[in-house]
Design a protein around this ligand. Structure first.
Ligand code: SF4
Length: 324
């Protein structure tokens, strides 16, 4: 089986965008690939953060991924900073990466705008560490959202540059991007994000989910209940397509275009389905949080497994580079 790698930021509670856009698809691929998932804490420190909260954030990311269905019997889960070879390989990749390639990265430009007071070298170098994350484990398949495709193409160039300079070492990875449309935040303006406070957390109660959806932005041209809407431009409809039954999606699609249903009716159906989808995940997450040792043991086992791969890759890299 091909090896698959993906990472999740320990950004506190995971949100419905993380789940529908990434983790649910990872779970569907568990039997088709040799899967490695990483809690990317070194990436998380490229923006300001609370030191005392980080350990809990790492734990939550791992526990909630497991609760969503990342079965440690069928995949490996570990923490990036537990394997120092990630940063060692990133340094080596820095030496085959042109500065101009990094300056063109869309994510760097966006984050530099968002974090004007802290545009650090780590933020600039983020794609190089991401390439190291993937290639250290010689992964080929990388499931990512549309906004990360540029970074995976960058990783391909890094692999190619290293192989050309030092001999065939790394596979050139490719992205797997599900065609699910972009999951926007509740403000309808940008991607769902914890830092922008426009999200529904996987741990939100039924009441919180209903009230957050009630205020979520819809088709902005549908100002009155009697106005027909366009579901194709509405984030609520995007979420329906991921959570509702075929008959409900058809009902919403027709009802919206004909003004047969109002947005509140539409959101009530979505809320019902979202709550039902999250209920077993929340139950499993509660169990894991009551028994944290189970999660730490999974991360320790992941570290042991991935360290073997990492040490072997770095031995090969150093040899090919004349460093041994
Ligand atoms: S009816 Fe539903 S799909 Fe149509 S605009 Fe309102 S919330 Fe969006």
């Amino acid at each position: 089986m091909k090896r698959l790698f993906s990472g999740i930021q320990p950004s506190g509670d995971l949100h419905i965008g993380n789940y529908l856009g990434a983790i649910r698809n990872w779970v569907r691929m568990l039997d088709d690939y040799q899967c490695i998932f990483c809690v990317v804490d070194y990436h998380a420190i490229t923006v300001d953060y609370q030191v005392e909260a980080m350990r809990q954030r790492i734990f939550n990311a791992a526990a909630e991924c497991m609760a969503c269905g990342l079965d440690p019997g069928r995949c490996v889960i570990f923490v990036q900073s537990h394997i120092p070879e990630h940063t060692e390989l990133a340094w080596i990749f820095n030496t085959v990466t042109p500065m101009g390639d990094l300056g063109r990265m869309t994510q760097f430009k966006e984050k530099s705008e968002q974090h004007k007071h802290n545009v650090n070298v780590g933020l600039f170098d983020y794609p190089v560490l991401q390439a190291a994350d993937i290639l250290l484990h010689k992964a080929e398949a990388v499931p990512v959202g549309e906004d990360q495709i540029q970074h995976i193409e960058f990783s391909r160039r890094v692999a190619h540059a290293f192989n050309s300079r030092y001999g065939e070492t790394f596979p050139e990875p490719y992205h797997i991007t599900p065609k699910i449309g972009r999951i926007m935040g509740l403000d309808g303006k940008t991607k769902m994000s914890k830092s922008l406070n426009n999200y529904i957390s996987l741990s939100d109660s039924a009441e919180t989910i209903r009230s957050k959806l009630a205020t979520a932005v819809t088709d902005v041209n549908r100002k009155r209940r009697s106005d027909p809407g366009n579901p194709e431009v509405c984030n609520i409809y995007t979420l329906h397509r991921l959570l509702s039954s075929d008959s409900e999606i058809e009902y919403v699609n027709t009802g919206c275009r004909t003004a047969g249903i109002g947005c509140l009716d539409c959101k009530a159906i979505l809320a019902k389905n979202m709550i039902a989808e999250l209920e077993p995940i929340q139950q499993k997450a509660r169990e894991l949080k009551e028994h944290p040792q189970r999660v730490w043991e999974v991360l320790e086992a992941g570290k042991q497994t991935c360290s073997l791969i990492a040490v072997e890759t770095m031995r090969e890299v150093r040899t090919k580079m004349g460093l041994r």
